[in-house]
Design a protein around this ligand. Structure first.
Ligand SMILES: NC(=O)C1=CN([C@@H]2O[C@H](COP(=O)(O)OP(=O)(O)OC[C@H]3O[C@@H](n4cnc5c(N)ncnc54)[C@H](O)[C@@H]3O)[C@@H](O)[C@H]2O)C=CC1
Ligand SMILES: O=C(CO)COP(=O)(O)O
Length: 345
């Protein structure tokens, strides 16, 4: 196996997941000269990507790097790899990690890119990586990162979070490019929680757009969303300051402002009167926020954290409450402090 710290030399790196983000990450790593294998479970799709040199279902029109290897053989994908990125939706994350765990060498850097929470446990993906493996080095990658814009070469930044500083340095080196910058953080829980939470509010702003609300409304929603996220983070023991970084407010602004977001598009379709199941099916790709709404509503109630936007979107999506009624309740709630945090002692 290649020594993990020798990142100036080409490393063997695997990316698990054949979707849009896995493909974007695999293309960057291959472009940086590393021996890169992307694993997707479906051999027919893998063969198609190899033949066409394009992942036309998830990233149509984007050429795959000529040196990127695509395989449906998990053993082949991770054999001798120093770094393994896991870009699998939260629903299937544990199942894939369980499959790959016995194939990994001790000391492998395992990086989750998944912005979700496990449906029946409230575990974040880094928890699953730690629970299902032994002797691995774990990190989380999260930030304002539309896959489509990364592969189009738009200037982009992200965050690698780990309590293993050498891991952060390694990931910064293997991903850095002329258009991609990677900042580091020691707050794994905060970075990961922020990535999961912002999806909820993208559904909310997508719905506001469908209702022809203007920029005042979007700004109101994004700012109050941040307040909710920070309150929840604090109650859960994460550092609220992480939420003013790229993985927090950065990703919140991005996802709440663009129909490139699948969560935003789900909200838009529901705002236009489509049933939730139909909206999710029409998107055809993962929209993690739908499941996250349920989990956060439950947890916020349990902890007594005031999250009016979460309660509102939960009422619309899962309690069949009419949208105008929910908005009226929101707008007539108690008017409290704007900024509840202060740098003053
Ligand atoms: N697309 C984006 O712009 C970004 C996505 N993310 C996160 O990355 C994660 C993955 O997202 P995408 O790649 O965009 O999702 P996607 O919906 O584009 O693709 C998901 C991929 O996972 C595969 N998959 C699903 N269940 C599987 C299983 N049981 N075994 C093996 N493969 C399975 C699917 O076949 C598909 O190839 C999500 O949590 C998302 O929040 C993070 C940053 C940006
Ligand atoms: O996380 C993302 C961008 O940072 C992608 O958002 P969606 O999953 O809503 O498409």
């Amino acid at each position: 196996m290649t020594t993990p710290t020798e990142t100036s030399k080409p490393l063997s790196i695997a990316v698990l997941g054949g979707g849009s983000f896995g493909t974007a990450i695999a293309n960057i790593v291959a472009g940086n000269g590393h021996d890169t294998r992307q694993w997707m479970r479906d051999e027919a799709r893998a063969a198609d990507c190899r033949k066409m040199r394009e992942n036309h279902y998830y990233l149509p029109g984007v050429p795959l790097h000529p040196e990127l290897q695509i395989t449906s053989d998990l053993q082949r994908a991770v054999d001798g790899c120093a770094i393994v990125f896991v870009a699998i939706p939260s629903k299937s994350f544990r199942e894939v990690v369980q499959k790959v765990a016995p194939l990994l060498s001790p000391g492998t850097m395992l990086i989750s890119t998944t912005k979700g929470i496990e449906h029946d446990s409230f575990h974040l993906m880094s928890d699953i990586l730690r629970e299902e493996t032994t002797d691995m080095r774990v990190g989380v990658l999260s930030g304002p990162n539309f896959a489509k814009e990364i592969v189009a070469g738009h200037y982009t930044a992200t965050v690698i979070a780990s309590d293993d500083e050498a891991l952060c340095t390694n990931i910064q080196k293997v991903l850095h490019s002329e258009t991609f910058r990677i900042y580091s953080s020691g707050d794994v829980f905060g970075v990961e929680l922020a990535g999961a939470l912002k999806n909820i509010y993208a559904i909310v702003t997508g719905m506001a757009a469908a209702l022809d609300r203007g920029q005042n409304t979007i700004s109101l929603l994004i700012t109050r969303a941040l307040a909710e996220m920070m309150r929840f983070a604090e109650a859960m023991g994460a550092d609220p300051m992480t939420f003013i970084g790229l993985a927090g407010v950065g990703d919140l602004i991005l996802t709440c402002s663009s129909d490139l977001s699948r969560n935003y598009r789900v909200g838009y379709l529901v705002g236009k009167g489509r049933p939730l199941e139909e909206a999710v099916a029409e998107i055809g790709q993962v929209a993690e926020g739908v499941n996250t709404v349920r989990l956060i509503k439950h947890k916020a109630d349990e902890l007594g954290v005031y999250m009016p936007l979460v309660s509102a979107i939960h009422a619309i999506l899962f309690e069949e409450r009419p949208i105008p009624e929910v908005i009226r309740d929101l707008m007539s709630g108690a008017q409290t402090f704007d900024v509840a945090y202060s740098a003053k002692p």
